[in-house]
Design a protein around this ligand. Structure first.
Ligand SMILES: [Zn+2]
Length: 227
């Protein structure tokens, strides 16, 4: 059984049925809503970062220190991880539209509309070995081609930012759910700072009105969804 654990903000730990641990946007230390210490997490097999802002790049380099963990990302982000001391053999370059297989998972890089110091912001679609498809949108505003992603991939779980100010707000994110048509959606990137939307209530209500067939799972930081 695969598991998705929210580590607060945009950070998730996805564990495949085979026991591989994938970390996305692992901002742990200094993340006010991260409930666990880095030392208490299982060693990473794969690390993915959507863009180089500190609240996403976070502890990626530290997670890559141990064992056989690898990271996939845009060349510019890979360069930053190399500068942070991650050995080149642990880093794999890719870019928007491309897919590769790592830790038994097919990773596809998607566009995202946001900013970055180097490279461009992205999202990821993960196809787990048993076929479950998870979309992590990264930080983004809504874009019409989410509909295309929903057509191309049979998305089971969408991880969408709803916090506004830096990303989609609940109103945009509810429309994004309609475009992506996942089975279930887990909201993220809210409640971390006072400036962000503080809870998922409005989002849950709007999705319920617009696409009642889609289940909203508003996790508490540290909680996980198993399927
Ligand atoms: Zn962010």
């Amino acid at each position: 059984m695969a598991k998705i654990k929210w580590l607060g903000h945009a950070a998730f730990q996805i564990t495949t049925a085979q026991g591989q641990h994938i970390y996305i946007d692992p901002w742990l230390e200094g993340n006010p809503s991260c409930p666990v210490a880095k030392e208490d997490l299982e060693p990473a097999d794969l690390v993915l970062v959507t863009h180089d802002h500190h609240d996403h790049l976070g502890d990626a380099a530290a997670l890559l220190e141990e064992g056989g963990a690898v990271a996939a990302g845009q060349p510019e982000l890979i360069g930053q991880l190399e500068e942070a001391g991650v050995p080149t053999e642990k880093l794999v370059g890719m870019n928007i539209g491309g897919s590769l297989e790592a830790a038994g998972v097919v990773v596809t890089m998607t566009q995202a509309f946001h900013s970055a110091a180097q490279g461009t912001p992205v999202g990821y679609i993960l196809t787990l070995p048993e076929g479950t498809v998870i979309y992590h949108a990264g930080d983004t505003g809504i874009f019409g081609d989410m509909e295309l992603l929903g057509e191309l991939y049979d998305i089971d779980v969408a991880l969408l930012p709803i916090g506004s100010v830096f990303t989609m707000d609940p109103h945009q994110a509810a429309m994004a759910v309609e475009l992506l048509s996942p089975q279930l959606v887990i909201p993220m990137h809210y409640g971390t700072f006072p400036a962000l939307v503080q809870d998922a209530d409005e989002f849950t209500q709007l999705v319920g009105e617009r696409t009642p067939e889609v289940k909203v799972i508003a996790l508490e930081p540290g909680a996980k969804w198993e399927f």
